[in-house]
Design a protein around this ligand. Structure first.
Ligand SMILES: Nc1ncnc2c1ncn2[C@@H]1O[C@H](COP(=O)(O)OP(=O)(O)OP(=O)(O)O)[C@@H](O)[C@H]1O
Ligand SMILES: [Mg+2]
Length: 438
């Protein structure tokens, strides 16, 4: 196992465009780090530079205590699972998993022992003699995973390994990966653009935008204390709403109505400003008719015209279109495009209690939990209401969480297959490039 330290990593492809731009990131020993960002932001490029499949233009890549910029992939002792994990169709599940060990000329008995242990961990034991074509998608995915973990790599790198699976299987595999990583305790970098994976799998999440690292933190920190509009809009589903607002003392005039900012720290962010963007998450709205008087007093009620509703059983989404000044509306559309969104109009999405009687086409009263709003500078996108104290607290909480996970792992039934001592052969196996069809 090893930590991975990236220092000002830059990648320029032939046309000079920096696909990855001065990324500095520490992945700690045993940590599960998630890399997220919209399509084309440089996630795969960064991963491929860690493994050594892509040259680093400048900066330093350190694995363990070794600078690996010039170290060949096969000498880095890392394991990678690709999005389109190709299995060898003519080999059995056993031989597919054994592949990296065979490459490393591992003795037969050792291969047998390790493959069997891995298969047990992944619940593939009864399928070992079958061919990949006869397996389900989830089973094939597990075989690919088995091939990655069968050798004792210093770190695992996953590039959207579950994107080929349907929603249900994704859910199952997600919990399996989580459990597996906890048991093996191996440093992991995992690329995804699935919100749920990003929020649930990792110890920390790193958000990339056009090759530039925006923020690294626990899922909770990114959700509650985003540094800017981009992170705020990217993390969370449905996305945070951004409403243009003109400032009048501590009152905000928004397209959904006027409301008061009571929180002193938030009010301070408004000082000296004429226009801001107010960020409100869908779940921080509620149907005012369902909110107690006591709770109501902690927020504000606005009148809104609901255009469309979607009842999902556990909650109800309501869409509230609004008019925004042209320049801000253009900026918001641009942001939405960048976030891979498809929002054509300026509209707020609110998530209400499923029992809400709100009907489309009617006016409704919506309660806003104004203690949870964020205020952004419209020109720089900076979050003006980030609370450093709370950030520090969330950091501590994240650490505790990680410790608890490690404890649980120590107390887990039995140690994972790593108990082996014969190490000589493993460093030779290369990070398996997706095998070509024979
Ligand atoms: N071989 C290449 N030559 C030139 N440009 C490339 C090459 N590979 C990637 N790029 C560019 O580098 C940028 C980052 O690409 P990368 O594949 O890392 O994105 P990504 O974040 O993994 O996206 P996705 O989520 O779609 O997989 C993109 O703008 C892409 O067009
Ligand atoms: Mg990619």
């Amino acid at each position: 196992m090893a930590a991975i330290t990236m220092k000002k990593i830059v990648k320029r492809y032939g046309d000079g465009f920096p696909a990855v731009n001065e990324v500095s990131l520490d992945v700690r020993d045993g940590e599960f780090m998630i890399l997220v960002g919209p399509s084309g932001c440089g996630k795969s490029t960064l991963l491929r530079m860690i493994v050594g499949l892509e040259d680093i233009t400048s900066g330093e890549m350190v694995i363990g205590d070794r600078v690996v910029n010039r170290v060949a992939p096969r000498e880095r002792n890392l394991s990678m699972v690709f999005q389109n994990y190709a299995l060898y169709p003519h080999l059995t599940v056993f031989e597919n998993i054994a592949f990296p060990l065979r490459l490393a000329k591992t003795p037969d008995a050792e291969v047998k022992r390790r493959v069997n242990e891995t298969a047990e961990l992944l619940e593939l034991t009864e399928h070992l003699e079958r061919k990949p074509a006869n397996l389900s998608g989830g089973q094939r995915q597990r075989v690919a995973m088995g091939r990655a973990i069968v050798r004792q790599a210093d770190a695992f790198l996953f590039d959207e390994p579950l994107s080929n699976l349907d929603a249900k299987l994704r859910g199952q595999m997600r919990t399996e990966i989580s459990r597996l990583q906890r048991r093996l305790g191996v440093t992991t970098v995992y690329v995804t653009h699935d919100q749920t994976e990003a929020m649930t799998l990792g110890d920390r999440v790193a958000v990339l935008r056009k090759g530039v690292l925006q923020q690294v933190g626990s899922p909770r920190e990114l959700y509650e204390q985003p540094v800017n509009l981009f992170v705020a809009g990217f993390i969370g589903s449905p996305s945070m709403n951004f409403l243009p607002a003109s400032v009048d003392g501590t009152t905000l005039e928004t397209p959904l109505g006027r409301f008061e900012v009571r929180d002193e720290r938030k009010a301070a962010a408004l000082e000296g400003r004429e226009v801001v963007l107010v960020g409100i998450r869908p779940e921080h709205f509620e149907d005012a008719s369902l909110v107690s008087e006591e709770k109501k007093a902690h927020g504000s009620v606005v009148a809104a015209h609901v255009d469309v509703t979607e009842w999902l059983g556990n909650e109800l989404y309501a869409y509230v279109p609004y008019e925004a000044p042209d320049d801000l509306a253009a900026q918001l559309r641009e942001l939405s495009r960048e976030l891979d969104g498809d929002q054509l109009r300026t509209q707020a999405v609110v998530a209400l209690d499923a029992s809400s009687p709100i009907t489309p086409g009617r006016d409704a009263e919506l309660w806003i939990d104004t203690s949870r709003i964020h205020i952004f500078d419209p020109s720089t996108g900076d979050n003006l209401t980030r609370d450093e104290e709370h950030v520090a607290e969330l950091g501590r909480l994240g650490e505790e969480h990680r410790e608890a996970k490690r404890d649980a792992q120590r107390h887990a039934e039995r140690p994972a297959p790593e108990a082996s001592t014969s190490e000589a052969s493993t460093s030779e196996a290369s990070a398996p490039e997706a095998p070509t069809e024979p």
